[in-house]
Design a protein around this ligand. Structure first.
Ligand SMILES: *[C@@H]1O[C@H](CO)[C@@H](O)[C@H](O)[C@H]1NC(C)=O
Ligand SMILES: *[C@@H]1O[C@H](CO)[C@@H](O)[C@H](O)[C@H]1NC(C)=O
Ligand SMILES: *[C@@H]1O[C@H](CO)[C@@H](O)[C@H](O)[C@H]1NC(C)=O
Ligand SMILES: *[C@@H]1O[C@H](CO)[C@@H](O)[C@H](O)[C@H]1NC(C)=O
Ligand SMILES: *[C@@H]1O[C@H](CO)[C@@H](O)[C@H](O)[C@H]1NC(C)=O
Ligand SMILES: *[C@@H]1O[C@H](CO)[C@@H](O)[C@H](O)[C@H]1NC(C)=O
Ligand SMILES: *[C@@H]1O[C@H](CO)[C@@H](O)[C@H](O)[C@H]1NC(C)=O
Ligand SMILES: *[C@@H]1O[C@H](CO)[C@@H](O)[C@H](O)[C@H]1NC(C)=O
Length: 428
């Protein structure tokens, strides 16, 4: 039953598999088995105009054997479809290997001339001396299409979260390293090592292929130990792993005003800030509330990229929520979610800023931690002085909301039943 379904879908795809809109891949190391073999979980997004499945191929090293589950992520009305691939690989040792996607084509008439798609992931699973376990790649995601009117300045700050606490840096792909085919960067977008992409006004409208490579660097000298005992040394200038972040930047016709909230939707509280962190535990739903306004255009849709089990709800005009309940398989991981709000005016499409957040799924503390007890009551009262910095004024309710998030963080560190309240509140 499952097999015939798979064949049917592959057949449908083979009729016209082009119209690529980018990809992202991240990985988490799994268990090391008694025979020295290692499992690794690779999560990837595949973006096409119509939903399409592909699997990554082995580029170098021993990539072992794979089992993949593909699920459909968000599909935007006729614009794009994002598929999520969850691949579990079993490799004979912890030696590094590379996977790639290599084929064609991107969508038609890409302004920076890219036709063929190519993306490379370097999976490093040797034992790190600083953390005593295998590396986890940076965690990120992106929407297939990111839009900006040609006359507006805009920065896209990619999510660049590293669960090991490494320094994450971004650069454009390098053709001579076969990281893309070719890697010609978009002339309208400059990249900084901190993963910020800066767009300056231009008259060159159209779609651009953006082919970013994201890497994690150790914060100190470290060694990597292979299963057979061989050690390799890395300094803070040596990348550990690398992942691709590829998408299409659409430079649209000029908008009458670049001021947010008129044509371009503007985010309002309680929308989380870009790169905000959330904490939850298995089976506990996390709700991300998103609110936006546009006085002249009409807000039509929330576009997002995240785990395929994310549920969206529209809760009013310009109001959306994203609800996610992590399952046991997701325990201990950090999961990226990116979103923009889309508005229409006549036949024009206007996108808000891009925002991304990361949701960390803590280990269930009741099973892993024993708390010391204080006499009969078993209760501690702890005072914390917290400074909340924000560019806008935050209400007491909003601060309480962020403190509730901190509660999940505390439960992650073994304080399962913390009650949080604001005792006093001073605004500077
Ligand atoms: C996507 O699907 C639509 C509707 O089924 C079809 O008209 C269109 O040609 C497809 N596009 C591609 C690139 O296959
Ligand atoms: C791409 O460019 C060609 C030639 O200029 C044009 O005929 C075609 O319609 C364009 N395709 C799209 C999807 O815009
Ligand atoms: C990795 O190294 C640490 C010591 O640094 C050791 O405790 C751990 O068992 C090693 N892990 C594996 C999978 O070999
Ligand atoms: C691309 O990689 C090659 C080979 O490692 C290197 O010599 C070159 O400087 C790199 N190019 C850029 C732009 O970083
Ligand atoms: C890190 O390693 C480099 C090259 O092996 C060496 O020159 C440097 O002194 C080391 N730094 C520290 C802090 O050990
Ligand atoms: C360990 O394996 C690597 C390649 O996988 C090889 O280059 C190296 O010589 C091996 N080391 C030992 C001690 O066998
Ligand atoms: C969606 O939001 C509406 C309005 O707030 C609510 O009544 C409904 O229960 C929500 N649905 C889900 C699945 O959360
Ligand atoms: C957690 O606290 C609530 C009241 O704040 C109490 O009802 C509940 O029993 C407590 N749970 C545990 C496991 O202590």
């Amino acid at each position: 039953m499952v097999l015939s379904l798979l064949l049917l879908l592959l057949l449908v795809c083979s009729t016209r598999a082009n119209q690529f809109l980018g990809t992202v891949m991240t990985y988490y190391p799994g268990n090391t088995n008694a025979d020295g073999s290692v499992t690794v979980q690779l999560l990837y997004k595949l973006n096409f105009e119509n939903c399409t499945m592909l699997t990554w191929e082995c580029l170098s090293g021993n990539c072992g054997t794979e089992s993949v589950v593909m699920r459909k992520g968000y599909e935007s009305n006729g614009e794009w479809c994002q598929m999520e691939g969850i691949s579990t690989r079993n490799v004979p040792s912890n030696a590094p290997f590379q996977l790639w996607l290599n084929g064609g084509d991107w969508i038609d008439n890409i302004t920076n001339g890219i036709v063929n798609w190519r993306a490379v992931t370097l999976v490093e699973l040797r034992n790190r001396s600083d953390i005593g376990k295998a590396n986890t790649s940076p965690q990120t995601t992106i929407l297939p299409d990111v839009r900006v009117p040609s006359n507006c300045q805009r920065n896209f700050n990619l999510l660049a979260f590293d669960p090991d606490g490494d320094t994450v840096r971004c650069r454009y792909g390098n053709t001579s390293l076969s990281e893309c085919n070719p890697c010609t960067p978009p002339s309208v977008l400059s990249i900084s090592p901190s993963c910020s992409l800066s767009f300056s006004p231009t008259s060159d409208e159209g779609p651009y292929a953006v082919q970013v490579v994201m890497e994690d660097f150790p914060n100190q000298n470290i060694s990597l130990t292979q299963t057979n005992g061989t050690k390799t040394f890395l300094t803070p200038n040596d990348a550990i792993s690398k992942i691709p972040v590829q998408f299409v930047l659409w430079v649209d016709p000029p908008v009458p005003s670049c001021t947010e909230g008129l044509y371009l939707p503007n985010f309002l509280p309680p929308t989380p800030n870009n790169r905000a962190q959330f904490f939850t535990i298995v089976n506990r739903a996390i709700v991300i509330n998103i609110k936006a306004e546009a006085i002249i255009s009409t807000i039509s849709e929330l576009l997002y990229s995240g785990p395929s089990t994310l549920i969206q709800n529209s809760t009013g005009a310009g109001q959306f929520s994203l609800t996610w309940t992590p399952s046991q398989a997701e325990e201990g991981g950090s999961f990226p979610i990116c979103f923009v709000v889309k508005a229409n005016y006549n036949l024009n499409i206007y996108n808000s800023d891009l925002r991304c957040v990361i949701v960390t799924v803590g280990n269930n503390p009741t099973t892993t931690t024993t708390l010391p007890t204080t006499g009969s009551s078993g209760m501690y009262v702890v005072g914390l002085s917290v400074k909340v910095s924000s560019s806008s004024q935050q209400s007491k309710d909003e601060i309480l909301y962020y403190l509730q998030q901190a509660r999940y963080y505390l439960s992650y560190y073994g304080l399962p039943n913390v009650t949080i309240n604001i005792v006093s509140y001073v605004q500077h």
